[in-house]
Design a binder for this molecule. Sequence first.
Ligand code: GNR
Ligand code: NI
Length: 174
Amino acid sequence: MALREIIILPDKQLRLVSKPIEKVTSEIRKLADDMFETMYDAPGIGLAAIQIAQPVRLITMDLAKPNPDGETKPEPRVFINPAIIASSDELSVYEEGCLSIPEYYEEVERPAKVRVRFTDLDGKVHEEDAEGLYATCIQHEIDHLNGVLFVDYLSKLKRDRVIKKFEKAAKRAE
Ligand code: GNR
Ligand code: NI
């Protein structure tokens, strides 16, 4: 396993449309391993491969909550070529953040429930209904595969403001 660097705004790679994975190879397994290490280290609850500069349709996620003893048992999940195949009309609002837009949080409205189809690391295809944080997170991650960021759902004023802030920070760091 290896810790990889998470790319942040205004890195243009975040706007790439990631390529479907045709076969679950050892490289894909290794990439998923590295994504988990990077996601847990961050820490984050989800990660899209493009966030470590790999433009393939691969997502890692862990939504495990602490048990009453305060311990959290890992629940690592992998989504290959995920697709939303149905969305509820009902919407829900969640305060979102993104490891590629550090320390910025805003409320985003999305379908409250979605049905997602994806392939796992064994090449098996699954369909699942997602709601709550799972629904929000899978939509946020699939957006990354399409070059979409949660700030794209904000008002132009807020979006321009956060993008400018990160552009300035990048200039200062040159
Ligand atoms: O760690 C993360 N938390 C989060 C909180 C609310 C909605 C979405 C997310 S995903 C984010 C990690 C990330 O940037 N994934 O792409
Ligand atoms: Ni994100």
